[in-house]
Design a protein around this ligand. Structure first.
Ligand SMILES: C[S@@+](CC[C@H](N)C(=O)[O-])C[C@H]1O[C@@H](n2cnc3c(N)ncnc32)[C@H](O)[C@@H]1O
Length: 243
């Protein structure tokens, strides 16, 4: 029976390739993909443990200030205020979150590395944000522990990783690039440097076709166990610890 079904499966696929259904149905690609990833996201949310995991109250509207509650929760739980950390931020823009972490970790040996084109998003992000949106001047820093790397992650991250000594140190990685491509690229390149106890924040986690999808593909393809530490704004911002 199995070999027969196998043949039928191949036959059906070959016929579909021959008739090229996309010619009339390609308008379905986006909505179907969005819907599939949205279902996957809500299923994932339903599977998350609630015990020992920080979560703000459900709210119909997003409050961006709540992300600082999540940062504070993680920094206190993991006693990071006075610990030596390597903070890596993918997507710096004006430096809001970058500066928060520098102010809230005072260890003299901590390092803060921020990556951005500073010329805005390299591609459209959904319907609302266009290529070039979010451009900002490279932020001024009075603290010499901070460094910025201007350019596409695809050009700047690997040279940084191969010349720095970050593997053995505790890392806090902040993924705030919004885009699927940028987030998946960052996670994939950072993978060899990850170790147990490293922390990964997503700033737009519950966007089905972008950060959530990058998280899903990364964890499933690299067999990485990321345990949820907390979330705010109905999983818009989420923090994980590498297990
Ligand atoms: C939402 S903003 C970052 C916000 C910032 N972390 C904050 O808290 O204010 C996203 C940034 O990601 C950057 N970005 C996205 N993809 C990128 C890529 N592939 N290479 C470099 N920068 C990228 C954009 O230029 C943009 O400035």
């Amino acid at each position: 029976m199995k070999p027969f079904l196998f043949k039928i499966n191949a036959l059906a696929k070959n016929i579909l390739i021959l008739i090229q259904p996309h010619v009339i149905l390609s308008f379905l690609i986006q909505p179907f993909a969005f819907f599939a990833h949205f279902l996957s996201l809500t299923k994932w949310i339903a599977q998350q443990p609630t015990k020992g995991v920080y979560k703000d109250a459900f709210s119909l509207f997003r409050n961006y200030e709540h992300r600082y509650d999540l940062y504070n929760y993680v920094i206190n739980r993991e006693q990071l205020k006075n610990a030596e950390i390597i903070y890596i931020e993918m997507g710096v823009c004006g430096g809001g979150s970058f500066k928060w972490w520098m102010e809230n970790n005072q260890h003299a040996q901590s390092q803060f590395h921020g990556f951005d084109t500073f010329e805005g998003l390299p591609e459209n992000w959904g319907y609302f944000f266009k290529n070039g949106d979010m451009h900002a001047a490279v932020p001024e820093l009075a603290d010499s522990r901070g460094h910025f790397y201007k350019g596409l992650f695809q050009d700047t991250l690997v040279p940084f990783l191969t010349t720095s000594n970050i593997k053995e140190k505790r890392k806090v990685i902040h993924l705030d690039a919004d885009l699927f491509s940028s987030t998946l690229f960052s996670l994939s390149m950072l993978y060899p440097y990850l170790q147990k106890g490293d922390i990964i924040f997503f700033d737009e986690f519950n966007v089905p076709n972008h950060e959530y999808l990058a998280y899903k593909i990364f964890t499933e393809s690299f067999y990485v166990n990321l345990e949820l530490m907390g979330s705010v704004n109905n999983y818009y911002q989420a923090a994980f610890i590498v297990k």
